[in-house]
Design a protein around this ligand. Sequence first.
Ligand SMILES: NCc1[nH]cc(CCC(=O)O)c1CC(=O)O
Length: 353
Amino acid sequence: MRAKFRAAPVCAECVGPNAEPAYLPQSRRFIESPSDESIKVNTTQAAQPERIVIATRESRLALWQAEHVKARLEKLYPACKVELLGMTTRGDQILDRPLAKVGGKGLFVKELETALLDGRADIAVHSMKDVPMMLADEFALPCISAREVPLDAFVSNRYESLADMPPGAVVGTSSLRRESQVHANYPYLAVTSLRGNLDTRLRKLDEGQYDAIILAAAGLKRLGLSDRIRSEMPAEVSLPSAGQGALGIECLSAREDIAAWLAPLHDNETAACVIAERAVSRALGGSCEVPLGAYAIMREGKLWLRGFVALPDGSRFVRVEREGAPENAEALGLALAAELRERGADEILAALG
Ligand SMILES: NCc1[nH]cc(CCC(=O)O)c1CC(=O)O
């Protein structure tokens, strides 16, 4: 039997001080992989998996994501037994303190990684937005699957969009990225903090604590809550967080067999976008306490990357965009981060402390 779902407070932008040393998909090769439609029963692998155990957190969203990967693996390997191992992470237990102060995003992956090291699980499924920018050498992210809508969603029982809200109306979010953009674009609106998992946040909206809230559209869609989305927020209004809407699958670096099993679920285009976005975030020391957005899409065969760094109140705002080849996604992200620094991101980061 499954444990009861727990509240899963996740800090949108948090990396935290305990991030571990180097690694990341930057070292991954940009490999060819079939599109979703072309996924068929895989008969080409030398060794077919017999059993795959997926470590997952137990929030409703995490379980949906793990089930999604399970279903895709079962379709790919009909003879394979795919099981979920639900786990409560320390990040799920700490509800009262800002995560940045106690270890950041790493708190959500550590227990899952321990299960990988112990051999209790083979893979872990993550929202890429919650994966620390650095992982220890023993771990790899060989698979980033096709992205769900990456944009933020405007959710309200009264208004259609931020532009529709009157002066003084209250927007709920605890993401400094979202907050800084609301202030910069709509300085007459108020922003107050909003914690808790998706269901909790929606309940607080419905109770009237806020006139509107901002959530990732992907999370709402996955949980069948699309009808709560009043409008998708264009990237010009709310630039998403690095990795938003994408799923990553982690395993031990040494397990090349597992990486090969996952290859058909890998999506090159999403991976290129996410690699570029995460390079921006990592190069700027991206943490919970930095209002920072990074968002890439493919446009006419090129990767179009946008990024910003701001003060939470929106009074300083540096934004930059750049285009490059998807094969050089990492370099594109680093170049964009360097340009952000040249244009004042360093002063903003220094002011944030
Ligand atoms: N920060 C929490 C979190 N982590 C992943 C998602 C949504 C799904 C995704 O981005 O893949 C959310 C919810 C939100 O930010 O509103």
